[in-house]
Each structure stands twice: as structure tokens, then as C-alpha cells.
Design a protein around this ligand. Structure first.
Ligand SMILES: [Ca+2]
Length: 363
């Protein structure tokens, strides 16, 4: 760890040259021997207890010395791996912060982590491909996690997408509210100036988000921060709950849906389970054993495919909690990939062969 200030100085002087980055703190270490623990500078009450929240520390010398972690991708997926490795369940919080100490007092031993979320140990994760820009001498933040024994787990419904898919042509004059929420592609706003009745082709489908976990889904934002949407007359508790994207067969994105913000509620529950969350201003969530269904008739529940070339085959990808903002047991069941035959005509456009896919998605 003695060498870190020198490394950071070199790093700043050289402006993160590729060769320096590839020989950074995070490459040459022996990851197989990496030990992980949680620690905190906060006073702990009473006798020694198992820490469930703290800064994440790693050691590469069998516990003789410990250091902290800096990462740009630090999220619930990396947090889940740390909690799993420590036998503490699942991450309910994953942050880069100074709440349990800072990088000055606890210098980074490792920078650049990248986990899929299902690894058994942090040592099994890959690294960020570039030296993280945020890991410089001015950054006091270090990685922090909070672990819980029970967690929610969103699972996407595959058949719901296939069964409900339909293409609809709608004049822009009927999309005022949706356009206010940026639910159509950018060219529509230009066209509307001269032709307000021009039609948009919307690929509509329903998305069902079931909570198959062992705790309720709770929106991560404090309800005081929820945003009132006048047009739709309800509060949105999450900025990005789901994403809808259309790719060509080489995984080049050709259209994307609105980064949908949502009001979370229990739309349907398994027999014997009572729904308790509504779309109210303090009562949003998805109970264990319940699902929130966003039906194809809802505003913005579509991808605007007006400019997508017709008579071709595409891939529709739907992802729940794509930014890993909500803690979950697994992120392997959050995505769906479906084949899309797009003809530009309702009768012959279809979505089929939906498969489950992880959130982990590399092109
Ligand atoms: Ca999940």
C-alpha cells in the first residue's frame, strides 16, 4: 500500500496511459488468495458483533494488511457477491461513499471491479476493462455494502410479452402525455411542428414483474423524493424500472423505449396472498408472491418503431431494474430476449421465442 500515492501521482501525470492502467493496482495481484471483510470507523455498540454494513476491505497477503476498493461499477451485483462470500445474504445497499471511512485513511488496495452478481467470491469477478477515471487522488470514496438475510427478487414474465405484443399506428395528437414523458423517438418532435397528426408506429406489449424473493420490493427512493406526474396523475417512485430496446441481429440498437419510470404496486398475487401496495404516494412496492403488471394499453408501454426498417428480423430486449438500483437475490431472471419480425403492418408483425436472459449484457 506504500506504493499507492506514488502510483496515483504517476497516474495523474501520465493522464491514465493505457499501459500504466493495465499495470495498475488491480491487475498483478493474486486474486485467488484475496480475502474480503467488512469494516467501519463508526463506533460499534457492545461486544464484537458481526458487521452487516461497512466498507469493503480486501487483503492479498493472507490478512496481514487490508485495503479498500474503488470502482465505477460498484452496484448491487458486486454487493451481492461480497455478502454471499461473507455468508451474510444479499446486498440491500451498495455505494461509493465515506460513511465508513475514506480513501485517505483506508487507501485502495484494488480498483475496478466488475461482477455479474452470481459469483461465489469477489475473486471470481472480472475487472473493469479500463482504469476507472473516478479512482484518482481527489476521490475520498470507498466501496460500502449493507447485507440482509432476505431480499426481493424480480422475475420477468416471458409469455406476457409474446401474448400481448401488437403494432399500433397512433396519431401524435393522441400522444400528448406520452410525448411529454419522452416516450417517442426524437424525430417525432420535429415532425410534430409541421404535421401534428402524423402517425407513430408503436410496438406495444405487456410486462409482468413478479416478486419471487423473500422480501417485498421497496422503491429505493424515499417517498418524499418521488415525482408527481400530472399527465398520468400518479407518483413515480423509480426513475428507471425497466428498459425496452430493439436490436438488429448483430446487437446494434435500432430503437429504444422510454427509460420507463414507474409507480410500483401489487397488480396480482398468488392465491392466499393479499395485495397491499397501491399506486399511492407512500404505499408503493411489490409484495412477496405478487406481481406488478404493466399492460400494453398503458401509456409508454411500447417501443416507437416508426423509423425502424421493415421486413426484417430483430431482437427485442426487456430488462427490469437495469441499473441495479434495487437489491435482489438474483439478476439472472430480470431480462427477456425475444425475436421480433417487423413488417410495419399489425397483422404480420410478431414477437416470439422469448427467452430469459440475465441483466448482464455485453455487446
Ligand atoms: Ca431478479
Amino acid at each position: 500500500m506504500e506504493s499507492q500515492p506514488m502510483f496515483i501521482l504517476l497516474f495523474l501525470l501520465l493522464g491514465c496511459g493505457q499501459c500504466l492502467c493495465s499495470r495498475g493496482l488491480n491487475v498483478e495481484n493474486n486474486y485467488r488468495n484475496m480475502k474480503v471483510r467488512l469494516a467501519t470507523d463508526r463506533p460499534t455498540r457492545g461486544a464484537v458483533q458481526v458487521l452487516r454494513e461497512g466498507r469493503v476491505e480486501v487483503s492479498f497477503d493472507f490478512g496481514a494488511t487490508w485495503g479498500s476498493i474503488c470502482s465505477t461499477t460498484w452496484s448491487m451485483r458486486e454487493g451481492n457477491v461480497v455478502c454471499r462470500q461473507l455468508g451474510l445474504g444479499y446486498a440491500s445497499k451498495a455505494a461509493m461513499s465515506t460513511e465508513h471511512g475514506d480513501s485517505k485513511k483506508h487507501p485502495w488496495e484494488m480498483v475496478g471491479t466488475l461482477c455479474r452478481g452470481n459469483e461465489r467470491r469477489l475473486a471470481d469477478c472480472t475487472r473493469e476493462s479500463h482504469y476507472p477515471n473516478v479512482c484518482n487522488a481527489r476521490n475520498p470514496n470507498i466501496t460500502v455494502v449493507s447485507c440482509v438475510s432476505h431480499s426481493a427478487d424480480l422475475e420477468i414474465g416471458l409469455r406476457d410479452i409474446e401474448r400481448s405484443a401488437r403494432l399500433e399506428a397512433v396519431p401524435m395528437s393522441r400522444l400528448t402525455c406520452a410525448m411529454e414523458e419522452q416516450c417517442v423517438s426524437a424525430d417525432a418532435y420535429v415532425i410534430r411542428r409541421t404535421n401534428p397528426n402524423a402517425e407513430r408506429k408503436l410496438l406495444r406489449f405487456s410486462v409482468k414483474a413478479s416478486n419471487v424473493g423473500t422480501a417485498d420490493v421497496s422503491p429505493y427512493a424515499n417517498y418524499k423524493d418521488w415525482v408527481w406526474h400530472q399527465c398520468h396523475r400518479h407518483y413515480h417512485s423509480m426513475n428507471v424500472f425497466a428498459t425496452f430496446d430493439v436490436y438488429d441481429l448483430k446487437y446494434k440498437k435500432v430503437a429504444q423505449g422510454h427509460k420507463a419510470s414507474f409507480c410500483l404496486m401489487d397488480s396480482e398475487c398468488r392465491p392466499g396472498i393479499r395485495s397491499k401496495y397501491t399506486c399511492g404516494n407512500t404505499t408503493q412496492g411489490i409484495s412477496m408472491g405478487c406481481a406488478d403488471v404493466y399492460t400494453d394499453v398503458l401509456d409508454c408501454q411500447w417501443v416507437d418503431v416508426t423509423t425502424v426498417p421493415v421486413n426484417r428480423r430483430y431482437i427485442l430486449r426487456v430488462a427490469l431494474n437495469p441499473e441495479y438500483k434495487l437489491g435482489e437475490i438474483s439478476f439472472e431472471n430480470n431480462g427477456a430476449e425475444c425475436m421480433l419480425d417487423y413488417t410495419g403492418v399489425h397483422k404480420t408483425t410478431r414477437i416470439y421465442n422469448c427467452r430469459r436472459s440475465p441483466l448482464w449484457f455485453k455487446i
